[in-house]
Design a protein around this ligand. Structure first.
Ligand code: HAS
Ligand code: CU
Length: 568
């Protein structure tokens, strides 16, 4: 280690000792966590009902429809829980690593939170009133009440306002420390927020320009292909908006919990910059089976999809290396002896670790989905539902659960007790086992042709199964049983949230944050050049989308507002 590295390391450790989340920032962060978990528990029960309906075990009463609970489940878990917990994590982490928010920015944060929550409440009311049973993708021609689209708009605007507060805090720090590498937490938050902002412009455009006028009756038709394209321009980066904060926990928190230090800061920065570049021009991999997009553009976006796999592979390498280095430093010998040195009994480690393990098959499933021709086999089948229950539903969620075990007590000034830890370990096992059955059956049923997005679920059940395990994993009953186990796990997680928020003994809990990796002073300058990254991202987007979107507009059938005047 060079002299300058050593000096840098010492000053950082000193700073680290002092920095805590400011009490006023704790309130703002915790407000997010409350909403997140209330949405979570309602969403979990939505999922249970669906599983039971699909398994043919119950019938919904006349006043509830299948699409309605599917929308409740998808919107509350995939959009509301994730967004709130992510922003709660960002506010807490930015306060810890960049210092307390100045009161103006904190207020801006509260304003954003209020707008976001007004939007969420409006959208939730419309869904519960069965006026917006359009699923979380709100594909046209499914149409919701116009107030639902207003709710969605407020939701997005709220995140922009909160995002500006966070970005301003980061760039103020950068200005005050010229020439210094920025703290990794801020770097990663910034990459994630920029990704979110650039991507959500797509959904804002389709909602404001297409959906809202149509729902208000101002136009009576809609360009369906264009609306789906604008949705997926947003929808794929959306999944990385969920994944990147989970990766932040892996990169920044887990090394500290296992008693080590992240293996390389520059590699971590590079992975996040690559996510910003390649997450957006890939939406067509959700539309490979759609007519109206020529195969050249589909193929191009397929190639870019395989490029965006690279930062995940970099992440796998970094995290594995961090585990191995730490395990060996603790005396682990031989090829795999270091594994024993990891803190298996610590739920803050174990839950995200299970998430990592499950991401290996989950990511492999993603590669299958993205493989153009193979997509024909799985598209619109239950396989896809199995895929996203492993990715966002397990990898990301287990990581957020693992994060909650320390984040909530940090924010509420309580202790993460042995009891809470034990509940966390049981919760992780239950979630993983429930998901093994549910998602496993979904994957296989999908291969036998069971469709997604339908209540008539037993299609695809495979009565002539040759082997017992084939029979188990090709039955909707298995999906339902997995769903029941997952509901139990969800209830236990809600209990963990209540316990850590209100019941655990008062005291101090550590906000685990890895000391900056030793390569930090040598961070290449270009990695911090945001203008460069945003510029390349925009060029890639223009390249991947301009011509196909132009074609969608000029070749649209007559009466496809809002661009009728352009139709050939
Ligand atoms: Fe996906 C559909 C392709 C990742 C979520 N995806 C979906 C949908 C969702 C979703 C919600 O190409 C459904 C949307 C809808 O409603 O229609 N997906 C991919 C690809 C990846 C991928 C190529 N998806 C995700 C992630 C998600 C997510 C992440 C949420 C968070 N997906 C698709 C495609 C479709 C799709 C098509 C459309 C299907 C259709 O036809 O409708 C890749 O990014 C995956 C890369 C990941 C890896 C894994 C790396 C492994 C790691 C773990 C390391 C482990 C360690 C532990 C360190 C290659 C990082 C080691 C320790 C030891 C001791 C061993
Ligand atoms: Cu995607």
């Amino acid at each position: 280690m060079t002299q300058s590295n050593l000096a840098y390391k010492e000053t950082l450790n000193e700073v680290e000792e002092e920095m805590e989340v400011h009490p006023k920032d704790k309130k703002l962060a915790m407000a997010h966590v409350y909403v997140a978990y209330v949405a979570f528990i309602i969403g979990v029960f939505g999922g249970l009902l669906q599983g039971l309906v699909r398994g043919g075990m119950i019938e919904l009463p006349g006043w509830i429809t299948y699409y309605q609970i599917l929308t409740v489940h998808g919107v509350l878990l995939a959009l509301v829980f994730t967004t709130y917990i992510i922003f709660g994590f960002f506010f807490a982490g930015m306060s810890k690593t960049h210092g307390a928010f100045p009161s103006g920015l904190r207020k801006l944060g509260w304003v954003g939170f209020t707008i976001l929550s007004a939007g969420t409440a409006l959208a939730a009311v419309m869904i519960l009133a069965n006026e917006a049973s359009v699923l979380y993708t709100f594909y046209a021609p499914l149409q919701a009440h116009w107030l639902y689209y207003i709710g969605l708009t407020l939701f997005v605007v709220g995140t922009w306002v909160m995002g500006s507060a966070l970005l301003a805090h980061f760039f103020n720090w950068k200005k005050a420390h010229p020439g210094q590498p920025t703290p990794l937490f801020g770097y990663m938050t910034t990459a994630t927020l920029l990704l979110w902002i650039v991507a959500s412009i797509g959904v804002a455009v389709t909602v404001l320009v297409q959906m809202l006028p149509w729902a208000l009756g101002l136009t009576d038709e809609i360009n369906v292909l264009l609306s789906r394209t604008l949705f997926w321009y947003f929808g794929h980066p959306l999944v990385y908006f969920w994944l990147m904060p989970a990766y932040m926990v892996w990169y920044l928190v887990i090394p500290k919990i296992i008693g080590g230090r992240l293996f390389s800061g520059s590699l971590a920065r590079l992975a996040f910059a690559l996510f910003l570049l390649f997450s957006i021009p890939v939406g067509f991999h959700h539309q490979l089976m759609e007519s109206g997009i020529s195969e050249f553009w589909k193929f191009l976006q397929t190639v870019l999809t395989f490029v965006v796999v690279v930062p995940s592979l970099l992440t796998a390498f970094s995290i594995f290396a961090t585990f191995e280095q730490t395990g060996r430093a603790k005396g682990g010998k031989g090829l795999l002896g270091w594994l024993k040195k990891l803190p298996w009994g610590d739920a803050r480690f174990f839950a995200p670790f299970m998430g990592m393990i499950i991401f290996i098959p989950a990511g492999a499933g993603g590669l299958i989905n993205a493989s153009f021709q193979l997509n024909a086999v799985i598209h619109n089948t239950l396989w896809v539902v199995g895929h996203f229950h492993l990715t966002v539903g397990t990898t990301v969620l287990l990581t957020f659960f693992g994060m909650s075990y320390w984040l909530i007590p940090v924010l509420t000034g309580r202790r993460f007790t042995k009891h809470a830890n034990r509940c966390g370990i049981v919760q992780t096992w239950l979630w993983a086992i429930g998901m093994f059955f549910m998602s496993g059956a979904m994957h296989l049923l999908g291969l036998f042709g069971a469709p997604r997005r339908t209540a008539y679920g037993t299609y695809g059940d495979h009565p002539q199964a040759m082997q017992w395990f084939e029979g188990i994993f090709t039955s909707h009953v298995t999906v339902a049983i997995g769903g029941v186990i997952l509901t139990a796990a969800g209830v236990l997680m809600f209990y963990n949230f209540i316990y850590l928020s209100f019941l655990a003994p008062k005291g101090k809990t550590e906000f685990p944050m890895t000391p900056d990796p030793i390569d930090t002073p040598n961070t290449p300058k270009f990695l911090e050049n945001w203008k460069l990254w945003i510029g390349i991202a925009i060029v890639l987007i223009i390249f991947a989308y301009t011509i196909p979107i132009y074609q969608m507009i000029v070749d649209a059938p007559p009466g496809s507002p809002p661009f009728n005047f352009l139709i050939k």
